[in-house]
Write a protein that binds this ligand. Structure first.
Ligand SMILES: [Zn+2]
Length: 165
């Protein structure tokens, strides 16, 4: 039970149930769903370097993609409660630098970058090389800037413009 004494989780674990904490779960960010994120209790089952796993203890009231007893992955995300991250998001995340929300400090997106790009740039070719985009924070509707990790090395165009390759 490594996590019980983890400094980053201090004050977040339930005082009587030290494997339980509240996690923000969601169906996605505001571009992809109208359903609001919810705070549920989750029992931690594992902890990696940056990622925790756990079981949802109480049923969300209006979400479609999260159910009671579902196994989820989540991480500390710069805000009060940790945030659920989907497998698709985690797979794509390494290709992007996600800047913290300028208003609330959230360091993760709720949606996979490829899903956001399809909505933000509906006419962009599927094989286009996108250097960066901005997204609305799913918690406070502040702005999060997202930059492809290979852009800094190339630096041929301002990062905030996208270019078809
Ligand atoms: Zn925010």
């Amino acid at each position: 039970m490594l996590w019980r004494n983890h400094s980053a989780l201090k004050g977040k674990l339930h005082p009587d149930y030290p494997d339980d904490l509240q996690v923000i779960v969601h169906d996605g960010g505001p571009r992809l769903t109208e359903r609001q994120p919810e705070l549920v209790w989750v029992r931690i089952t594992g902890m990696g370097k940056d990622l925790l796993t756990g079981t949802v203890l109480n049923a969300p009231t209006q979400l479609l993609s999260v159910q009671q007893e579902q196994h989820i992955q989540f991480a500390l995300a710069g805000v009060e409660h940790p945030v659920m991250l989907t497998a698709k998001y985690l797979k794509e995340k390494a290709a992007w630098n996600i800047q913290a929300c300028q208003k609330c400090g959230l360091t993760e997106l709720f949606d996979a970058p490829s899903d956001l790009i399809k909505v933000i740039f509906p006419n962009i070719p599927a094989d286009a090389h996108l250097e960066g985009f901005s997204s609305f924070c799913p918690l406070c509707h502040g702005v999060q800037l997202v930059e492809a990790t290979n852009v800094a090395a190339e630096a041929k165009h301002p990062w905030w413009k996208f270019w078809a390759s």
